[in-house]
Design a protein around this ligand. Structure first.
Ligand SMILES: Nc1ncnc2c1ncn2[C@@H]1O[C@H](COP(=O)(O)OP(=O)(O)OP(=O)(O)O)[C@@H](O)[C@H]1O
Length: 240
């Protein structure tokens, strides 16, 4: 379980997260929505320790992410992260891109790394692109490669930071389909997203962020059909 208690994050004097409390249970799919600048991406970075925090706590399966002495690299193996911009190594094939972290971080022998890379690339529908270099992949395929690379580390949680925002509209669907597949397989996921269809159809719960506050959280039927907060209703009226 990921537990966030009274989380505060500042960038200089800018108070970006203002006392967030949130539990994400194993197997849950949580979508995080909200206007640009409301703190959604920062929340993910605080969860995986890429950003320090100024108050409160984040624990992952009981381990305090920000405590002195926490082995953050080990903890991050539990937290697969997919960013808005895919960042594969251009001089390595798709398969080699997935193998790399397995060999370096997990110290797996080559054969085992190859086998896992093969399996995960097939998992995301890139089984026919093993020997292709990233420059020859579409944006959607590159993003699926990034997902395969994260999955290869066998994470307990997957964090998606607007994984489809940089894609041409016709490529968004294939990445959302891959995320939907993971959700159906029971992966625990926190998805910062602007895709309201995905949030509504795939999530167990949806959290609406407004100016650094988690204004409302609930099942999609509540958020999209019977929002309690006026801010939520206003936001959704503008994005739909
Ligand atoms: N490294 C940083 N240094 C300074 N300010 C930052 C940094 N990262 C984010 N911010 C600021 O923190 C606020 C929240 O940013 P964040 O990226 O979390 O928002 P967001 O809700 O994910 O927005 P978007 O949907 O546009 O990605 C913004 O005002 C942003 O400018």
């Amino acid at each position: 379980m990921i537990s966030i208690r009274d989380l505060h994050k500042y960038f200089g004097s800018l108070h970006v997260l203002k006392g967030i409390n949130l539990d994400v249970e194993k197997g849950e799919v949580l979508s995080v929505i909200g206007a640009s600048g409301s703190g959604k991406s920062t929340l993910l970075y605080c969860i995986n320790g890429l950003e320090p925090i100024q108050g409160g706590s984040v624990t992952v399966d009981g381990t305090d992410v920000h405590a002195k002495g926490t082995d953050i690299n080990k903890l991050r193996q539990k937290l697969g992260m997919v960013f808005q911009q895919w960042n594969s190594f251009p001089h390595l094939t798709a398969q080699q891109n997935v193998e790399l972290a397995l060999k370096i971080v997990k110290k797996l022998p080559r054969d085992q790394a190859r086998e896992i890379a093969f399996r995960q690339l097939n998992h995301v529908g890139l089984g026919d692109k093993l020997d292709v270099y990233p420059s020859a992949l579409s944006g959607g395929q590159q993003q699926r490669l990034a997902i395969a690379r994260a999955l290869a580390m066998e994470p307990t949680y997957m964090l998606f930071d607007e994984a489809t925002s940089a894609l041409d509209p016709e490529l968004v669907g294939e990445v959302l389909d891959t995320m939907r597949l993971l959700a159906e397989e029971g992966m625990t996921m926190i998805c910062v997203t602007h895709e309201m269809g995905f949030a509504r159809d795939v999530s167990d719960r949806v959290a609406f962020f407004h100016k650094g506050v988690m204004e409302e959280i609930g099942p999609p039927a509540q958020i999209f059909g019977d929002a309690q907060s006026e801010q939520t209703r206003k936001f959704l009226a503008n994005v739909r």
